[in-house]
Design a binder for this molecule. Structure first.
Ligand SMILES: NC(=O)c1ccc[n+]([C@@H]2O[C@H](COP(=O)([O-])OP(=O)(O)OC[C@H]3O[C@@H](n4cnc5c(N)ncnc54)[C@H](OP(=O)(O)O)[C@@H]3O)[C@@H](O)[C@H]2O)c1
Length: 302
């Protein structure tokens, strides 16, 4: 299962990348993390605290010249990307990272995908996913083995960023069929699966994991059980109404991040980006937390 060859992580100061780095160290893997010179001081300090556990830090940026980035990658055999950003990072930066990994002699690349089933979506469905598919097409000629990890939506995003849950109003709002199954996973479990894939010499291609597959009706019930509260399940309209709302918001805003949460919801509630099958069974030692237990633990934190 484990390998003695080292893993290079780009985006290790990020929310997911930090967890992947920790999960790799937990497995005893030698890890080298790329840190941007201008990165946030607290984020750098959090990562530097892992140096005591053997983490090696190297300064750089995935848009650095290929030779420089290749030197940072060094003898790592697997390059994991958990970067986030615009097309300059997700498309151009990740293509540059792949070229540097090739130059360094690495063998495998885990792109910063970590989403619903990006292989089933089309241009225009979700602009952030479009960038990931554009990147994959641009480095499609690579000699590296590409291991794409997909996890559905983070629990943290489903109860936060998406705007589905309004704790003050006591509502869970959704579009479309309340019984449509949706893939979702905690950030920590996504990191654990990613570390397992990165350290598994047998792993290849796209791997799909979910902590739970829940409809909005069961999502709502899990939140009620976890919190002991009565929450109203509010239907905002059909999936077609959601598509119309996205078009309306796109007409009002120059900033697509204003409606990307709705684009993610549309991809999920239509079932278009639903995983056909899960690969959880390949790593039976990972027992993902349920949404209910996640919310219960989250709320009991001081
Ligand atoms: N499925 C879901 O529900 C879900 C939700 C959220 C995120 N995600 C995915 O998870 C992945 C990571 O997202 P996140 O939320 O963890 O991101 P994040 O917290 O914003 O962290 C982004 C990371 O990328 C680094 N980075 C950005 N530009 C870079 C560059 N040019 N060179 C090197 N590093 C660079 C940042 O470094 P600095 O610290 O220097 O800025 C940071 O370490 C993304 O693929 C994202 O789409 C999935």
């Amino acid at each position: 299962m484990t390998t003695t060859s080292s893993i290079f992580v780009a985006g290790a100061t990020g929310l997911l990348g930090g967890r992947i780095t920790t999960a790799l160290l937990d497995q005893g893997a030698p890890v080298r993390a790329l840190v941007r010179p201008g990165t946030d001081g607290d984020r750098r300090a959090a990562l530097a605290a892992l140096e005591a556990r053997g983490l090696e830090l190297v300064e750089g940026d995935i848009t650095d010249p290929v030779e420089k980035l290749a030197a940072a990658i060094g003898d790592a055999t697997t390059v994991v990307s958990a970067v986030q950003g615009g097309p300059d990072v997700i498309v151009d930066g990740q293509v540059n990272l792949v070229r540097a990994a090739e130059r360094a002699g690495a063998r495998r690349f885990v792109p910063s995908d970590f989403a619903i089933d990006i292989t089933k979506l089309e241009d225009g469905d979700n602009f952030m996913i479009d960038w990931r598919r554009q990147a994959a097409a641009a480095y499609g000629d690579t000699s590296l083995e590409v291991l794409s990890v997909l996890n559905g939506a983070f629990y943290e995003v489903m109860i936060g960023f998406m705007g589905i849950v309004d704790w003050e109003a006591g509502t869970v709002s959704h579009w479309g069929d309340p019984d449509q199954p949706l893939d979702m996973t905690s950030i920590a479990d996504t990191a654990a699966f990613t570390a397992a894939v990165a350290l598994d010499p047998r792993a290849g291609g796209t791997r799909r994991f979910a902590g739970e597959v829940l409809s909005m009706r069961r999502f709502h019930q899990a939140l009620e059980r976890a919190t002991g509260r009565t929450l109203a399940l509010v239907n905002l309209g059909t999936a077609d109404d959601l598509r119309a709302e996205i078009t309306r918001r796109a007409g009002l805003s120059q900033n697509p991040f204003d409606y990307v949460g709705l684009q993610y919801q549309w991809c999920m509630v239509t079932g278009k980006a639903k995983f056909d099958a899960l690969d959880n069974a390949e790593y039976p030692h990972i027992k993902p937390v349920s949404l209910e237990d996640f919310v219960r633990a989250d709320r009991s934190e001081p």
